[in-house]
Design a protein around this ligand. Structure first.
Ligand code: FES
Length: 122
């Protein structure tokens, strides 16, 4: 079963500020709690991606056992619980318990140096 970002409890409203763009580290992942709603923010090339921090295997935070969840080339996120891997570009599961699943992507856009929930113009 594939869950969308708004299917998780505490999903933020469109327009909610996630973080300052300058807070997003290169070559690493920023974990942010929007109230009770956990997200992972990462920059992939020129793109910034946001995913719900819930592995579709058991819906545990990907970084629960280790904060080092991004591959050195930045192309894959690895769940620290049972090592499922996901493409950092689209969240698609590519190995282990990730196969056939997908991380829930949270739409976002940048405005005035902030990363904001929802597509631009919403
Ligand atoms: S909870 Fe992520 S691989 Fe099991």
């Amino acid at each position: 079963m594939k869950l969308g970002w708004q299917d998780f409890p505490g999903a933020p409203p469109l327009g909610k500020v996630i973080c300052a763009v300058s807070d997003i580290p290169r070559g690493s992942v920023l974990a942010v709690l929007l109230g009770e709603y956990p997200v992972l923010v990462l920059s992939v090339g020129a793109q910034i991606n946001v995913f719900v921090n819930a592995c579709p295997h058991h819906f545990l935070p990907l970084d629960q056992r280790s904060k080092c969840i991004l591959s050195t080339d930045g192309r894959r996120l690895m769940c620290s619980n049972h090592l499922a891997e996901f493409n950092s570009s689209d969240g698609q599961g590519v190995t282990g318990f990730g196969i056939g699943t997908c991380l829930a992507a949270v739409p976002s856009h940048q405005k005035d140096g902030l990363l904001i929930v929802g597509d631009a113009g919403v």
